[in-house]
Write a protein that binds this ligand. Structure first.
Ligand SMILES: Nc1ncnc2c1ncn2[C@@H]1O[C@H](COP(=O)(O)OP(=O)(O)OP(=O)(O)O)[C@@H](O)[C@H]1O
Ligand SMILES: [Mg+2]
Length: 446
């Protein structure tokens, strides 16, 4: 206020002095009267320029004197600070939305009327909604499952429900776990999570426990039965010996099962073998050949043994080596050979060996003239405890884990297990090792 009054007084003094200088005392009076009006006009013009600049909201700040200039400066600074704050808030909002967008779970923001305000890409896929098209659409119109409507109506915090995801098909259903959380003034956060794999893993775990229990219960029941018989009945020495032999067989079966389970869990829980250790392919085959011959001699009546042709055609694999774990590779190859021996009737023909692949890889193959496997069993044959003929497999001491172990070993060595079989004609199992894990194999066509 003081500067304006000073300016006003100064303008009057200047008017009076100018009037006196130009026209004497009357001039001074006229100057004194005119000066305030001139000052008022100039002051009004300054104010009008400031207002015009503020109304425009943009453009160069006008150069104004005195308090108008200071008002313009302060207004400009205030505006600049406001814009900075606005930009920072925008950036924060963008960062929060980007974080929500990156969330592996579906995030949908609902307003007080349960209409969609915003949703991330995952939520769009889960509920089959379009963030742009369906904005401000009531969520109940888009997710119409009755259980979701009940959950939406429930007011308790964190209400949840399980729904079928839109991306699912009859063959591959998708399961969603959906939860609602209240926030702000009547708003709600809809969180959705794909739990398909979790449910599958849980189902697998249940199956696994059921299978293991079943596999253990059978020999255990037999064992307990024999123990009771031995305890309660006076048996002849020969009969006692027979019972004890049967008990030892059941005990060995349980031991095999536990060993196979431990092998599987070790294979699943440890990192894949590195490329540093090389295992001689010929020596591997030789080791398995001896075991297969012994098993064949054990299973077949004398003179009716299998025809075993376990050698590489034209010496393929001789001098070749595979990078990996010797124990695991031996277990995989032996499992395939043992299956061929166990499931091929006496007198049948079994061939096994190495074949170089065109890409520089190496194939281990086992083919037999056994009963073969029906096509409907082939996709499941490497599942744990899956048996084509359960009675036959158990009768021959099988646990149903052999091919599951082979598949794991193959995967850990970057190899692929292939099965081809014709019912009544025989089966052929191959493990194709990639060139990166093979050295010294003469390239050829498989
Ligand atoms: N060469 C084969 N010929 C015919 N059937 C086979 C052959 N190899 C495997 N199978 C079938 O596949 C099933 C699964 O084989 P897998 O080796 O996993 O289990 P297993 O032989 O029953 O028990 P083990 O754990 O002792 O190997 C077998 O039960 C058998 O029915
Ligand atoms: Mg087997």
């Amino acid at each position: 206020m003081l500067p304006r009054l000073s300016l006003f007084a100064l303008s009057q003094l200047a008017g009076g002095l100018a009037g006196a200088w130009l026209a004497g005392p009357w001039g001074a009076v006229a100057g004194l009267c005119a000066a305030p009006w001139l000052w008022l006009a100039w002051d009004g013009w300054q104010g009008a320029r400031l207002l015009a600049w503020l109304r425009a909201g943009e453009g160069q700040q006008p150069r104004l004197a005195g308090p108008w200039g200071e008002a313009a400066d302060r207004t400009r600074r205030l505006l600049r600070r406001g814009r900075q704050r606005e930009r920072a808030a925008d950036a924060r909002l963008a960062a929060i939305l980007a974080a929500l967008q990156a969330s592996p779970n579906g995030v949908t923001l609902l307003d007080a009327q349960d209409r969609i305000e915003w949703c991330n890409q995952t939520a769009q896929e889960h509920f089959g909604i379009d963030a742009g098209r369906d904005r401000l659409q009531p969520i109940a119109n888009l997710v119409r499952e009755p259980e979701f409507a009940v959950c939406l109506a429930a007011s308790e915090p964190g209400a949840g429900v399980l729904l079928a995801g839109r991306a699912g098909t009859a063959a591959r259903p998708v399961r969603l776990s959906v939860h609602l959380h209240a926030y702000g003034e009547g708003r709600r956060l809809l969180l959705s999570r794909d739990i398909t794999q979790l449910e599958q893993a849980e189902a697998m775990r249940r199956d696994f426990v059921a299978n293991v229990s079943h596999e253990i219960r059978t020999p255990l029941t037999v064992l307990v039965g024999f123990v009771e018989t031995l305890q309660n009945l006076p048996l002849a020495e020969a009969e006692r010996a027979r019972y004890l032999a049967l008990m030892a067989e059941q005990g060995a079966r349980m031991q095999r099962l536990v060993q196979d389970l431990l092998t599987l869990s070790r294979l699943e829980g440890s990192p894949p073998p590195g490329l540093g250790d090389w295992v001689d392919a010929g020596a591997l085959l030789q080791g398995c050949q001896g075991e297969a011959q012994q098993l064949s001699a054990l299973l077949c009546p004398p003179g009716q043994g299998h025809v075993l042709a376990i050698a590489a055609p034209d010496g393929a694999g001789t001098g070749a080596a595979i990078a990996g774990s010797a124990a695991e590779l031996h277990s995989a190859l032996a499992n395939l050979l043992h299956n061929a021996v166990r499931y091929t009737p006496p007198g049948g023909r079994i061939e096994a060996g190495w074949q170089p692949l065109a890409d520089g890889g190496l194939r281990f193959f086992v083919s037999d003239s056994g009963p073969g496997i029906a096509p409907e069993h082939l996709p499941r044959i490497t599942e744990r405890f899956y048996r084509v003929d359960a009675g036959r497999s158990r009768g021959s001491g099988g646990t149903g884990l052999g091919l599951a172990i082979v598949r794991h070993v193959a995967q850990r060595h970057g190899a692929e297990l292939q099965v081809a079989s014709t019912l009544g004609e025989g089966s052929r199992f191959c493990i194709d090792f990639p060139p990166a894990r093979v050295r010294g194999a003469a390239a050829g066509s498989a």
